[in-house]
Design a protein around this ligand. Structure first.
Ligand SMILES: *Cc1c(COP(=O)(O)O)cnc(C)c1O
Length: 322
């Protein structure tokens, strides 16, 4: 594995914890959780890992500021805004949604970090991002563009290293289950597994995309990530395990399955999940255990990717107490 430049933004390795009470409640397999919600940068999450590599490249290029885009409650934007401050840079975020007088949860944190927020309609996101970048460049601000979800080969490589980190913790699960969206986490884990010759079944629970679309993207990204890591290996779409049966009413729309999963983890283990990503992935995990798809004699590792600040957005807070 090539060694890539990295800056320190989080606390690694993140802990791995057993969830015996949840396992007993489900009559299911041994369940472990990899706590990437504890990476430590501004409430943590999977983007911290990616940002350690992306920010290293930004620094090497002499960047003066970071620019990225995301949804209103983007965990990626929140961690990017925090990373920029840690590195003495400014940050501009292109957020899909309407400006609000009552910033909540992640948006509130973006503002606390003093990020510049630019609100756009969904169809204008990519165009606005390009325009903002060009304007900052022209103003000699030396912007560095962080891709959506931090999911370039460089960002995804962080999860190949994360897989190596898990191996060093002497953890060899039969399954690794996690929330998958822009595909960087999945691509990196798949690349890492290939490099380490891991037999673990790596299953991304899609939070907003059809399985085929996400699997195609993750496979292409995993192939490019391998190249970056110095290995030639082509991933096929069919090699990527993606499950899209838990999309419910769509992205960021919390339904009964997420509601149940968040309560199960909270009440059996004192562990917090988020309503958009890990709540949905955990709902999938619980269902797959109940159906016997993940077997009692197996060990499953739930890779907690963060997102918990979104719990405090009014929309989710009230629904969760119903
Ligand atoms: C971004 C994010 C994901 C998805 O990761 P990708 O690499 O974009 O697939 C999962 N969980 C949380 C909490 C996230 O913020």
């Amino acid at each position: 594995m090539n060694k890539l430049a990295r800056v320190s933004l989080g606390h690694f390795p993140t802990p791995v914890q057993e969830l015996p009470a949840l396992s007993a409640a489900l009559g299911g397999p041994r369940i472990l959780v990899k706590r990437d919600d504890m990476t430590g940068l501004a409430f943590g999450g999977n983007k911290t890992r990616k940002l350690e590599f992306l920010a290293a490249e930004a620094k090497a290029q002499g960047a003066g500021m970071l620019i990225t885009a995301g949804a209103v409650q983007s965990n990626h934007c929140r961690q990017t805004a925090a990373a920029a401050r840690r590195l003495g840079m400014d940050c501009t975020l292109v957020l899909v949604g309407r400006p609000t007088l009552h910033p909540e949860a992640n948006t509130f944190l973006d503002m606390l970090f003093g990020a510049e927020l630019i609100w756009v309609k969904p169809e204008k996101r990519d165009l606005r991002l390009k325009e903002v970048f060009a304007a900052k460049h022209a103003a000699k601000r030396k912007p560095y563009l962080i891709p959506y979800g931090g999911s370039s080969p460089l960002g995804a490589a962080a999860y190949a290293y994360a897989m190596q980190e898990l191996f060093k913790q002497a953890i060899r699960p039969d399954w690794i289950v996690f929330a998958s969206s822009s595909g960087g986490t999945q691509a990196g884990l798949a690349a890492g597994a290939a490099l380490l010759d891991s037999k673990a079944k790596i299953l991304g629970i899609s939070v907003d995309e059809k399985a085929k679309t996400l699997a195609e993207r993750a496979a292409a990204l995993a192939t490019e990530t391998m190249t970056l890591l110095g290995e030639k290996r082509k991933f096929k779409t069919g090699e990527m395990r993606v499950n899209d049966e838990y999309l419910g009413a769509g992205y960021a729309e919390m339904g009964q399955p997420e509601h149940e999963a968040i309560h199960l983890f909270a009440r059996h283990e004192g562990l917090l999940l988020d309503p958009v990503y890990t709540g949905r992935a955990a709902a999938g995990l619980v269902d797959l255990i109940r159906k016997g798809h993940i077997k009692k004699k197996e060990t499953v590792l739930f890779w907690h990717t963060g997102g918990t600040p979104a719990l405090f957005a009014e929309k989710y807070r009230t629904a969760l107490l119903d």
